[in-house]
Design a protein around this ligand. Sequence first.
Ligand code: 8YV
Length: 328
Amino acid sequence: MPATKPLVIVTRKLPDAIETRMRELFDTQLNLEDRPMDQAELIDALQRADVLVPTVTDRIDAKVLVRAGARLKLIANFGTGVDNIDVKTALERGITVTNTPGVLTEDTADMTMALMLAVPRRLVEGVKCLEAEEFHGWSPNWMLGHRIWGKRLGILGMGRIGQAVARRAKAFGLQIHYHNRKPVHPDIERELEATYWDSLDQMLTRMDIVSVNCPHTPATYHLLSARRLKLMKPSAYLVNTARGEVIDENALARQIEAGQLAGAGLDVFEHEPAVNPRLLRLKNVVLLPHMGSATLEGRIDMGEKVIINIKTFVDGHKPPDRVIPAML
Ligand code: 8YV
């Protein structure tokens, strides 16, 4: 790192308080118009910066990374998921990568719970019905949804967010089941009264709601494939606040259209920001524009993490949130 303040290039507009602090600490180039950078702009930034602060909307792949300048030593991602970055190539080129784990756990878990309620209880349909002035009075069979209390929830990925979802869901009377690379600590399993499934296939056949809470890695791409989606009960719901790529979105749309799955709540999409038009046409889905962690508090906490990661790195220490290959 240079003796003068390092050049930190931030690709998107961040909360004011974060940008102000960054400008105090570093030679910071901001993106006040918040216009996403195209590939050429990204390469230009990588060639000039000591530190790049990208977000999920920046694709930092090998093609871009091979063009990085010799000065670039740190990519401090504003976000927890790092599937937008080719971390392996970055590390091979001596570039450290950090992320912002932990600070968006509760917000994302809240949104997961919101979708878990919204789909079976038909919240969006209800709102639309009022907006269309189609509510002509209560009746016993009007807008019947399905109870979640007492049902089985299968959590795919029992990391921080999966556990936070489990805590909430337990309070809503759901039975907690999960599939993970390995079982969580027995104390956590006891607290959540959670059942571990080594076999994802077996878990899927028995769940009433499945929640995707694992990162997108080569190992989880289309983990919920057409074959696996077909294992789910026709009365089951699927919720995804993690990454769209974990689900074969076309297969999911097909299955809901065919009545082989009761519905889905999706905050993320396979080809974001594009949303599969078939999903948009379905009534029993609730679709959100990647809002899982979208709270002002969360964004400020994320920004503070980014600052801590940059500052410790610039001061010659190991930043706390280094992404290591074992995590991928
Ligand atoms: C972030 C997310 O807002 O952190 C993540 O992995 O998915 C989001 O909630 C986004 O990634 C910011 O870059």
